[in-house]
Design a protein. Structure first.
Length: 240
């Protein structure tokens, strides 16, 4: 039973695979290069929700065509944390994966796509899996926002928190990964290591190396949790 992990860039992909020692095996599939490590097939799908959705869909379709479907998909990488809940260097795991800027601006403010009467703007990862990953890694559970434009001001930070009081982090790929996974009937999870605070852009304060190290440590602890969960989930589905 394999789990697909989708990151934005190779540095994040490599941080995941480093949790499993020796260099990963590599397999080419249409539209993607998979790095196989532990129970995970890891790919760097590109930045932003569109690239993430396309890469995830390609990998899921290839696995389905080979009669080796994935049991779960994880959107993983680094991201911005909302202070003080998620400080730099900490981990967050999504209780909800929300497209925070998918919708329309109106004279009365932002309206999410669901308020326009079509589409969806959120996905809920399996509660038991979120709980178990949080316990194993120490990750903070909460809403992770997907944005197409990284937040760079205090005013925008305040807007996002007002609209999503439970938000702990933002990144750029989770919703795209979850959208593709949902179309294949596969559960999705999002796990992020915080590299910077959401707010005024200050690259000097970013700690990308520390966040990538935290991501490596997290996946070493996540592997047995995900393996156990997917095994029992498959058994439960078969019984149903």
């Amino acid at each position: 039973m394999r789990v697909l992990v989708v990151t934005a860039v190779p540095a994040e992909r490599d941080a995941v695979t480093r949790a499993f020692g020796d260099g990963p095996r590599i397999r080419e599939v249409p539209g993607a290069e998979l790095h196989l490590a532990g129970p995970f097939d890891v790919l760097a799908g590109g930045a932003g929700p569109a690239a993430a959705a396309a890469a995830t869909a390609f990998a899921l379709a290839a696995a389905s065509a080979a009669s080796t479907p994935y049991t779960a998909v994880v959107s993983a990488g680094i991201g911005g944390g909302f202070a003080p809940a998620a400080p730099v260097g900490s981990l967050v795991v999504a209780t909800g994966i929300v497209a925070a800027d998918l919708g329309a601006e109106t004279p009365d403010g932002f309206v999410p796509v669901t308020g326009l009467g079509f589409g969806r703007d959120s996905f809920l990862p399996p509660e038991a899996l979120v709980r178990d990953v949080a316990e194993a890694t120490g990750a903070l559970p909460g809403t992770v926002l997907t944005v197409s434009t990284v937040t760079g001001s205090a005013a925008r930070t305040a807007e996002l928190l007002a609209a999503h009081p439970g938000a702990v982090a933002e990144a750029m790929e989770g919703f795209g990964v979850a959208e593709a996974a949902a179309r294949f009937g596969v559960p999705a999870l999002e796990l992020r290591a915080v590299s910077n605070a959401v707010g005024p852009r200050d690259r000097a304060a970013w700690r990308i190396g520390d966040a990538l190290a935290a991501l490596t440590e997290a996946f070493g602890k996540t592997a047995p949790v995900v393996e156990s969960w997917t095994r029992h989930d498959r058994i439960d589905r078969h019984r149903d």
